[in-house]
Design a protein around this ligand. Structure first.
Ligand code: KG4
Ligand code: ZN
Length: 340
């Protein structure tokens, strides 16, 4: 089945074509992405009104690019998948309306899918797929959740952030330090020259399955105020490496604890922050020590993309069929059990 996927929940306009056969992993035929990162950088974060307008301008050329790269014509597409939520409603509506129009014009089924679930399914695009049950850590700019995934339909949430998401904590720290946006990427790079143990940042809620990162951000802000002057260029790599380490420590510790508590040996780590070099290295090390199998999508499939939406859409279309065309966008959509 050839599925055309759409992603427009935040600052990325993505379109991808994925094909699945009777066996073997889904094949990514083509993917096109327009990122608005540079446009939002001067505001230090995504501005919803600008984002939806830019999605509207970008979506047609992005579709054309993806379809041309796949060497296909639109009538060869057999199904459509689109992010329905969670996300910015104005942005979601651009993808959703386009997807509905195409589904209607081509007379093919449409699946409105959950963005968080899409991040998890990105790991199914590799040759080596995770086996159920597995533990999934979804860690991005909007989410920090741990799930026990029993099958395609059953997601049990084991932990979540009580305040900021991990990516948000990185983005806010970079802003406080005057480093720019998106903070996660900048801190990842800068921390490579720093000592992760140079500064002592708090690790909150140690004994809970839940996360909290807002105190961490506050501790950095207090540290800056007490000093009364910005960090020097020599100090910055140590500061960001230590700050990042505090985040990585709790992400690793709580995910492993969830796996052990549920006697699960397969781990999926996904979402934008899963592109982080230190996080990937620490998870690889601990998975080996614990005898667990680790699945982290390649970096381009960790941050927002449409390939993950197309893969998930194909699963949903095959198992459950399409949605009605009056489907609406939803800003909040916890990942709960879907009917099978
Ligand atoms: O999944 P994503 O693209 O969008 C959401 O669904 O939120 O994640 C974006 C988040 C941002 O907070 C960004 O700073 C973070 O992922 N991020 C990273 C890296 N690349 C993106 N954080 C740490 N290291 C990275 N390499
Ligand atoms: Zn995302």
């Amino acid at each position: 089945m050839k599925v055309l996927g759409f992603e427009s929940s935040c600052g990325e306009t993505g379109v991808a074509l994925v094909e699945t056969g009777a066996d073997g992993p889904p094949r990514l035929l083509a993917e096109a992405l327009h990122s608005q990162v540079a446009m939002h950088a001067e505001y230090g974060g995504v501005v919803p009104e600008i984002a939806s307008r830019r999605h509207l301008e970008a979506i047609s050329p992005v579709i054309e690019r993806a379809v041309a790269d796949a060497k296909l014509s639109l009538p060869e597409v057999e199904g459509i998948a689109v992010t329905r939520g969670p996300g910015l409603v104005g942005s979601l509506l651009v993808g959703l309306s386009t997807a509905k129009a195409l589904a209607c014009a081509l007379d093919i089924p449409l699946a409105g899918v959950n963005h968080i679930e899409g991040h998890i399914m990105a790991s199914f695009l590799s040759d080596k797929k995770p086996q159920f049950p597995f533990i999934a850590l979804v860690v991005s700019g909007g989410h920090t959740n741990v799930y026990l995934v029993n099958n395609y339909h059953q997601f049990q949430q084991l932990g979540q952030t009580r305040d900021d998401a991990a990516g948000e904590a990185l983005d806010k720290a970079a802003k406080l330090l005057g480093l720019g946006y998106p903070g996660g990427v900048i801190i990842d790079k800068l921390s490579k020259n720093g000592n992760p143990h140079a500064f002592d940042f708090p690790r909150a809620m140690k004994d809970s399955p839940d996360f909290s990162f807002s105190g961490l951000k506050t501790s950095l802000s207090v540290m800056l105020k007490k000093r009364g002057r910005p960090f020097t260029e020599d100090e910055l790599p140590d500061v960001v490496a230590s700050y990042q380490e505090a985040i990585v420590d709790v992400l690793v510790q709580k995910t492993i604890r969830a796996a052990n508590a549920n006697t699960v040996r397969q781990l999926v780590v996904c979402g934008g922050v899963a592109a982080n070099g230190r996080l990937r290295k620490r998870f690889a090390r601990v998975a080996e020590e614990e005898g667990m199998e680790l699945f982290i999508p390649p970096m381009v499939l960790c941050t927002d993309n449409a390939a993950m939406i197309a893969v998930l859409g194909e699963i949903i279309l095959k198992n459950r069929g399409g949605d009605a065309l009056d489907l609406n966008a939803v800003s909040r959509w916890p990942l709960v059990n879907r009917p099978s």
